[in-house]
Ligand binder design. Structure first.
Ligand code: CS2
Length: 450
C-alpha cells in the first residue's frame, strides 16, 4: 500500500501552501488535532505564510511519521454519528532538536517566523515544586533554544515573537513569560524579551486519545493509503486566546478560535471542570477496572461523583465570563466524555498526576476550604490517586508514570495519611503549596483509604 505524501495525494491537504511562520515545540497528537488544524483551515481561507515547523526535543518518532509524508496526516473525527477524515497540510517539517539543533534555531531566528508555540505537557516547563524554573531541567528543555534564537533576533533586528503556551497550566502565558524571563535573567537578552515578545494566555480544548494501530489500519482500509501520522479526535474543539500578539498571526478567528481580552474564566472552568473531572474519572475508573473514559462515566458508582465534582464543587469556585453558563458546560462535558467512539484510555489521563492535579483539583479544594465548604467528590478522587500511587493499578497497567514517581511512592508508603499529606501538600512538599487538608479532610481521606 502506498504511503500518504504529496506525490500520492494530489489534493495536497488543507493548508499545504505557504511558507513557515510558526515553530511549534511538542508536535504530538494534540497539536495536530488542534492548533495545526486551526492553522490549516485559516490558511485555506485567508492565505498567509503560516506553515508549522514542528520540533520534538528528543524523540524521533513524529519526524519518522511525518517527514516521509511531506508533513501530511489524516485527522479523524469520531462520534456516535460516525467518522470523518481530512488530510491536514499545515506541518511543513518536523525537526528533532537533539539531532538538528542548528536548524531549530535557524527557524526560530528567521524574520519570517512570528510565533513559537508549545504543547510540551505540564512537565515540559521544567518547574520546581515551588513553581520557579528548575535550571538543571530547563537546560535540557526548550529554553536554551529560545535563548540562542532570541540573541540572533535581537542582533539582527528580526523583531519579537509571540509565544503561545497550549498546555493545561493555569495562566499558561503568564507562567511561560515568567519562566522564560527567569531563564534569560536580568541582562540585555531578558530586557529584549520583555520589550519585544508577548506570551498571551490561551485555553485549549480538544480530547485527543493516543493513536493506536487499529486507528491506522482503519484509515488505511478507508482511504487506500498508509498513514503513520493518523490522529483521532472528537468533533468538538475550542481555543480561546488572549488577543496580545507581538506581530502578525494566522486568521484563527475566522475558523472558530476566540480572541478575547481575558482568558482566565474559560481556562479556570476548563481546568477545574473538564480536566478535574477527567483526572477523577481516570483514578476512580482504573480502580473500578475500567479501560476507557466512556465506561467510567457510565458507571453508576462514579457518575454522581463526577457530576458533583463539576457542578457542586468546581463550578461555584469559578467567576464565569459574561454569557458563560457553567451548568450547560457541565452537561456538554458529560456528553463529550460519553463518546464511546473515541476510546479514550483512562491510563493516558492518569499519567503525570503530580503535574496536573494542582490546577485541576487542589485549587478548587483550596477555594472551598477558604469558604468552609466540604469537597467530598474531590476527596474521593484524591483518595483514588493515592491508591494509584500505592501501586493498585500496577499489575494491570504497569508502573506509575510520573516524573516524581519514586518520591510519590515514598510519600504514600506506610499508610499514615497525615504523613502522606505532609510529604505531598505541606510547604516544601512534593506538590506546589496550594492546599493542605484540614482535620476533617484528613479524616475523609483516611476513611476512603481504609
Ligand atoms: C486530559 C487532557 O490527558 C489528560 O490529562 O485531561 O489531555 C484533555 O483530554 C484535554 O485537555 C482536553 O482538552
Amino acid at each position: 500500500m502506498r504511503r500518504l505524501s504529496l506525490a500520492t495525494f494530489p489534493q495536497a491537504g488543507t493548508g499545504s501552501a505557504g511558507g513557515i511562520g510558526i515553530v511549534h515545540f511538542g508536535i504530538g497528537a494534540f497539536h495536530r488535532a488542534h492548533q495545526a488544524w486551526y492553522t490549516a483551515r485559516a490558511m485555506a481561507l485567508a492565505g498567509g505564510d503560516w506553515r508549522i515547523a514542528g520540533v520534538s526535543l528528543r524523540s524521533g518518532d513524529v519526524a519518522a511519521q511525518l517527514n516521509p509524508q511531506d508533513g501530511l496526516y489524516t485527522l479523524v473525527e469520531r462520534s456516535a454519528a460516525g467518522a470523518t477524515r481530512q488530510v491536514i497540510g499545515a506541518v511543513a517539517e518536523v525537526l528533532v532538536a537533539s539531532e538538528d539543533r542548528a536548524r531549530v534555531i535557524d527557524r526560530l531566528a528567521a524574520p519570517t517566523t512570528h510565533i513559537a508555540s508549545f504543547t510540551v505537557t505540564e512537565k515540559g516547563y521544567c518547574r520546581a515544586p515551588d513553581g520557579r524554573l528548575d535550571r538543571a531541567l530547563a537546560e535540557a528543555g526548550f529554553y536554551p533554544l529560545l535563548a540562542e534564537a532570541f540573541a540572533r533576533r535581537a542582533a539582527g533586528g528580526a523583531g519579537g515573537l509571540t509565544l503561545i503556551s497550549c498546555d493545561n497550566l493555569s495562566g499558561n502565558g503568564e507562567q511561560l513569560a515568567r519562566l522564560v524571563g527567569e531563564y534569560l535573567g536580568d541582562g540585555p537578552l531578558g530586557a529584549w524579551f520583555t520589550a519585544n515578545c508577548t506570551c498571551p494566555n490561551a485555553m485549549v480544548d480538544r480530547i485527543v486519545p493516543a493513536t493506536t494501530d487499529e486507528d491506522r489500519a482503519e484509515v488505511a482500509a478507508a482511504s487506500g493509503w498508509r498513514d503513520e501520522g493518523v490522529v483521532v479526535t472528537e468533533p468538538f474543539s475550542q481555543w480561546v486566546i488572549e488577543d496580545r500578539f507581538a506581530g502578525p498571526r494566522p486568521a484563527w478567528e475566522r475558523v472558530g478560535a476566540e480572541l478575547v481580552g481575558e482568558v482566565a474564566p474559560y481556562e479556570t472552568a476548563k481546568l477545574r471542570m473538564l480536566n478535574g473531572a477527567h483526572s477523577a474519572l481516570a483514578y476512580l475508573g482504573l480502580l473500578a477496572g475500567h479501560v476507557f473514559v466512556h465506561e467510567a462515566v457510565a458507571d453508576p458508582a462514579i457518575a454522581p461523583l463526577v457530576s458533583r465534582l463539576m457542578r457542586e464543587e468546581a463550578a461555584p469556585t469559578i467567576t464565569p465570563a459574561p454569557g458563560q453558563d457553567l451548568s450547560a458546560y457541565a452537561d456538554a462535558l458529560l456528553a463529550r466524555f460519553a463518546n464511546s467512539a473515541l476510546r479514550h484510555r483512562l491510563i493516558q489521563i492518569a499519567m503525570d498526576g503530580s503535574q496536573k492535579l494542582p490546577q485541576r483539583w487542589l485549587a478548587t479544594l483550596a477555594a472551598r476550604q477558604r469558604l468552609g465548604q466540604p469537597s467530598p467528590a474531590l476527596l474521593a478522587a484524591l483518595a483514588a490517586w493515592l491508591r494509584h500511587l500505592r501501586g493498585e493499578n500496577v499489575a494491570r497497567w504497569g508502573a506509575v508514570d510520573d516524573p516524581l514517581a519514586p518520591e510519590l511512592a515514598a510519600a504514600v508508603r506506610g499508610g499514615d495519611i497525615a504523613g502522606t499529606a505532609q510529604a505531598l501538600f505541606a510547604p516544601g512538599g512534593l506538590l506546589p503549596d496550594v492546599w493542605q487538608p484540614g482535620p476533617d479532610e484528613l479524616e475523609t481521606l483516611a476513611a476512603a483509604l481504609a
